[in-house]
Structure formats: structure tokens, C-alpha cells
Design a protein around this ligand. Structure first.
Ligand SMILES: NC(=O)c1ccc[n+]([C@@H]2O[C@H](COP(=O)([O-])OP(=O)(O)OC[C@H]3O[C@@H](n4cnc5c(N)ncnc54)[C@H](O)[C@@H]3O)[C@@H](O)[C@H]2O)c1
Length: 252
């Protein structure tokens, strides 16, 4: 669990609609104080008063990876099919298309992402796009782009549009010098992969933006997660998943 921001334990990782509203601190900030980027200087959305009956409008980026479609299924059962939009840069398989809304969204394309958020009246963003550890090490420049520039795009848009944002981190955010058994939440984090470095950056950016602007940022360090329905995305856990697939325990 990460301190200093609003954090959910694994059992409460799904957002609750009753608490959905922009943090008032963010609204009190004059736009000119948002000095980092011109994007952040656009007006904040007005605070919407939300009753528990109102459903969030959720966008999942990188939703065709290992974890996105499973999460979409759970959220759709809870908030309605039309309120949960899966997105990715890959072509969706037929069963994904028929299970609910899907749109193309490249997290490196800020303008297109903004359009999507505005047009679909998004209120919650689950940011799953990433290059995982093994793939990231094979293409560090691309991993830096997707995992860091892509993250900045969604963080800026979350601030601009007053979204609640969830960005998973990973146990890969620790490194060989981190204390073990168990590793404390707050400790030395010196990962040696670009994936780990980008995730530490994400944790710190979220914490910073929460304290500075009241961004509703949530984060959970996932362990290795293997899906029974999708193929591995290039993390170290993919090795286990691939082994299972080869032995036909998982659908190919
Ligand atoms: N699966 C795990 O074991 C695990 C563990 C810890 C953390 N996480 C985190 O959870 C999240 C989801 O993990 P996953 O296993 O589903 O990953 P995955 O690699 O299976 O999926 C990532 C998705 O991101 C998409 N993507 C790549 N570039 C993109 C871009 N420019 N714009 C939009 N989408 C793009 C890919 O097409 C892919 O579908 C990631 O942030 C990951 O770091 C996963």
C-alpha cells in the first residue's frame, strides 16, 4: 500500500460511486498555478454532485492486455455495459466487441485521448497501457514513451477533466537493494528495469499531484497476475503463463 494518497487494498480496489466527486482542493486552485503544461491551464470541470445511483463512466486504457477485459467484465456487471469503455491500439477480437463498447485509443496521442474523454463523458480512468518488464527491456525507448509520456498524458487529462484515476504499480518497483520479507510499503526502491523505474515514477507523480492539486489518484502494487482468458503481455509472470499455455491448461 502506498502512503500519502488515497490507496485501496486489493479487496477495495474497485472505486465506489458514492465518493465520486472532484476534490475541492483542486477546484480552489487558480488555473495559473498549474504551471507545468499549457494543457493543465484549461478550465476545471464544474463539480458535479453525484448521488449513489449515478454510474461512473469508465475508460480503461490498454484494455486488451492480460488484465483489462476481465476488469471490464466486473465493472460492467456493477455499473452497466455502456458505462465501461475498453480501449487499446490493437484490433479487438469479436467476443470483446460484442461484450461492450470498445474504442481505439493511443495513450501517446493526447488530443485524441482528450476527445474521447470529453465525448464519452468519462469520469474514471483505469490506466492499464504499459510495456511490461521483459518487452520494456527489449525496447527501452518505447517503454519510456508509453510508460512515462503516456502516463503524463493521462495524468494531465485526469487533472484537466477532474477524473478519478487508477494506475497499477508493481512489485517490480522494488529492486535488489529493497528490504525483503516483507518489503515495507515505504523503503528503498531502486529497480533495475525501465519498467520498474517508470512505475516508481508513476507512484511518485500520482502522490505529488494528489498533494499539490488534489488529484484523486489510486495505485496498487500488483504482484504477478496471470489471466485465464488472455495471453501474457511480456512481463516476467508471462513466463509462467506461457508455460501453462504450452501445456494446454489455458486457451491458446
Ligand atoms: N499482469 C501482471 O502480472 C501485472 C503485474 C503488475 C502490474 N501490472 C500492470 O497492470 C497493467 C495491465 O497489465 P497487463 O498484464 O494487462 O499488461 P499487457 O502487456 O497484457 O497489456 C498492456 C496493453 O497496453 C497496450 N498498449 C501498448 N501501447 C499502447 C499505447 N501506446 N496506447 C494504448 N495502449 C497501448 C497493449 O496493446 C496491451 O494490450 C499494466 O500497467 C501493468 O504494468 C501487471
Amino acid at each position: 500500500m502506498l502512503l500519502g494518497m488515497r490507496v485501496c487494498g486489493p479487496s477495495t480496489a474497485v472505486f465506489r460511486p458514492s465518493t465520486l466527486r472532484c476534490l475541492s482542493r483542486a477546484h480552489r486552485l487558480p488555473c495559473r498555478e498549474l504551471t507545468c503544461s499549457p494543457r493543465q491551464t484549461s478550465r476545471w470541470n464544474r463539480q458535479v454532485s453525484v448521488t449513489p445511483r449515478d454510474s461512473p463512466r469508465v475508460l480503461i486504457t490498454g484494455g486488451l492486455g492480460q488484465l483489462g477485459s476481465g476488469l471490464a467484465q466486473i465493472l460492467r456487471e456493477q455499473y452497466g455495459k455502456e458505462n465501461v469503455i475498453l480501449s487499446d491500439i490493437k484490433k479487438p477480437p469479436a467476443h470483446v466487441l460484442s461484450s461492450g463498447p470498445f474504442v481505439y485509443a493511443d495513450v501517446l496521442d493526447f488530443k485524441q485521448l482528450r476527445e474521447l474523454i470529453v465525448n464519452h463523458r468519462i469520469t474514471w480512468l483505469v490506466h492499464y497501457s504499459a510495456l511490461l518488464s521483459a518487452v520494456g527491456e527489449a525496447n527501452v525507448a518505447l517503454a519510456r514513451k508509453i510508460n512515462i509520456s503516456g502516463l503524463h498524458n493521462v495524468l494531465d487529462l485526469a487533472l484537466e477533466n477532474c477524473l478519478r484515476i487508477f494506475v497499477p504499480s508493481t512489485i517490480g518497483a522494488f529492486g535488489p537493494s529493497s528490504p525483503r520479507d516483507p518489503a515495507p510499503d515505504l523503503c528503498v526502491q531502486r529497480p533495475r528495469t525501465i519498467y520498474g523505474v517508470s512505475k516508481v515514477h508513476g507512484e511518485l507523480m500520482g502522490e505529488y499531484l494528489h498533494h499539490k492539486y488534489g488529484l484523486d489518484f489510486r495505485c496498487l502494487r500488483y504482484p504477478g497476475v496471470i489471466s485465464a482468458h488472455t495471453h501474457p503481455g511480456g512481463g516476467t509472470t508471462g513466463i509462467g503463463s506461457s508455460a501453462l499455455t504450452q501445456h494446454t491448461y489455458l486457451p491458446r
